[in-house]
Write a protein of this length. Structure first.
Length: 212
């Protein structure tokens, strides 16, 4: 809450859904201190659950600084040295065109860990993976790691985690949104309860409609 990365109100998501909360990971990276705390949370999850991969991929745009920070802290904290990179939203049309779509030292047959901020629907992650597999051969995905799993369902009604699983991807998160909301509803942070009964009701209504 200190970084104000979690906001409550009315927010239109990329999916078109009107959400009573919004997670702005840019704010969780806005100072060196916040960036270090955030990336270290990813690193601890990786160290405990997600070893044995070759490359960290950060989808543009929020995933780019996350991939860089996580690779640095993996090395500084655990002496684990991983290559990392990212994709371009718009392909580069000048200079060195070997990196026109994907930037980084990605190799054929790499095992890739995808790192991003949040997940609402799974389609964007699948589309991003297809960019990687068009660039290099024989890639496998270790998993998708996000800070917050919004625990939502696809338009089809299928939970996002199940949709990704059906496509061959395992979803991992540092926290789930139900854990965050429950904690903030029951536990004072900086001297106050941040999720009051009104916010809790709005969240429950939203989750009843879109939760997966």
């Amino acid at each position: 809450m200190e970084s104000k990365a979690l906001e409550f109100g009315s927010f239109t998501l990329k999916s078109g859904r009107i959400s009573p909360y919004f997670i702005n990971m840019g704010r969780a990276l806005k100072t060196g201190e916040f960036a270090a705390r955030t990336s270290q949370a990813y690193v601890e999850k990786i160290h405990s659950k997600l070893q044995n991969f070759d490359y960290i991929h950060g989808p543009a745009y929020k995933g780019i600084p996350l991939a860089a920070l996580v690779s640095c802290h993996l090395y500084s904290l655990y002496n684990v040295n991983k290559r990392w990179g990212y994709d371009r939203k718009e392909e580069k049309m000048y200079g060195d065109l070997t990196e026109k779509a994907i930037v980084g030292d990605l190799h054929d047959n790499d095992c890739v860990l995808i790192i991003d901020d949040v997940i609402t629907t799974g389609k964007t992650k699948v589309d991003n993976w297809e960019k990687l597999t068009a660039f290099k051969k024989g890639l496998t995905c270790k998993g998708i790691l996000v800070a917050v799993d919004r625990q939502e369902k696809e338009k089809s009604g299928e939970p996002v985690s199940a949709f990704l699983k059906s496509k061959g991807f395992n979803l991992f998160s540092i926290v789930k949104i139900t854990e965050v909301i429950s904690y903030l509803h029951e536990t004072p942070v900086n001297g106050r309860i941040h999720v009051d009964s009104r916010i809790m009701e709005a969240f429950d209504d939203y989750f009843a409609q879109y939760g997966g």
